[in-house]
Design a binder for this molecule. Structure first.
Ligand code: NAD
Length: 267
């Protein structure tokens, strides 16, 4: 590649910090700009990473002619508008998961990608883990035969990021189903060979987050109050695919289950 792609990170909070080593290791891209509505966090991030092009308005980064790639690391509800604007401005987009909270948002993002001719990628990084790739290789070699059923889960005892970006529906658009569930589901569908779903039934409940004494190991102190925690804390689904295969998905931020083997327990 003759020139390094110039990247602007939008939203410089928790996950953006974990993107930085990846960008720093790339011979083909470099982070040259950042944008965030939180001025202090943006200044601090700029200082830490040696980035001086800092924007209070993310759309200024999107319309900066020097920028080639927009890395979207903001709460879920802002993913679609920012990604569509960036694609329409001729930028490639890496967007944190979930790509967006609703299928129609995602269809609009894909349409923007198609009319721009640029790349749109979501940060479903589970596929890139060594164990996932090794499993995929075995499956593709036929070691498991035909996959006719899958159980997919990400069940946490008491571990969620207790900030409104995750717990308030107007910012997150959903709870663990689209937070950790998208990771489990993406990995499972990929391992199954991406069969076409034909029917889905599901449930989503908030049973535990409002109980007194509830806590997350991510932060000491109480949960956000109920008015700021209006997404589910548990979800389950049953999916049937065109090829006859089926899948069960279970996700929770607060399932106080016994440890049923390391594969079932995240924290
Ligand atoms: N891939 C993963 O495993 C993983 C892990 C954690 C979070 N995430 C995703 O990353 C995204 C952000 O999560 P986080 O944990 O970094 O949240 P965070 O709250 O730590 O950071 C979000 C940042 O975005 C800024 N922001 C909010 N709205 C903005 C806007 N409209 N324009 C510009 N900046 C804005 C906030 O000020 C904050 O600095 C979410 O979509 C989340 O699902 C992915």
């Amino acid at each position: 590649m003759s020139k390094k792609l110039k990247v602007a990170v939008i939203g410089v909070g928790g996950i953006a910090k974990t993107h930085m080593p990846g960008w720093a290791a790339s011979p083909d891209a470099e982070v040259v700009a950042g944008a965030d509505v939180a001025a202090n966090a943006l200044q601090e991030w700029g200082k830490t990473n040696g980035v001086t092009r800092l924007f209070a308005d993310p759309y200024d980064a999107i319309h900066d002619p020097e920028i080639d790639v927009i890395d979207i690391c903001v709460p879920n509800m802002f993913h679609a508008p920012l990604a569509i604007a960036a694609l329409d401005a001729g930028k490639h987009v890496l967007c944190e998961k979930p790509l967006a909270p609703t299928p129609s948002d995602i269809r609009n993002m894909i349409a923007a990608r198609d009319r721009s001719g640029k790349m749109l990628m979501t940060a479903q990084h589970f596929r890139f883990a060594g164990v996932s790739r090794a499993m995929k290789r075995e499956i593709d070699l036929g070691v498991l035969g035909d996959i006719y059923h899958a159980r997919s889960w990400m069940l946490r005892r008491n571990a969620m990021i207790p900030t409104v970006g995750f717990t308030k529906n107007s910012l997150s658009g959903g709870g663990p189903c689209i937070d950790i569930g998208v990771h489990a589901l993406d990995l499972t569908l990929w391992l199954m060979g991406n069969p076409k779903p034909v029917a889905v039934t599901g449930t989503a409940k908030n049973m535990l987050s409002h109980k007194p004494g509830q806590f997350s190991i991510w932060r000491s102190g109480p949960m956000p109050p109920p008015e700021d925690f209006d997404v589910e804390d548990f979800a389950a689904a049953f999916v049937r695919f065109e090829n006859g295969a089926t899948l069960v998905l279970e996700v929770s931020w607060f399932l106080h289950h016994d440890t049923m083997g390391e594969d079932m327990q995240i924290w």
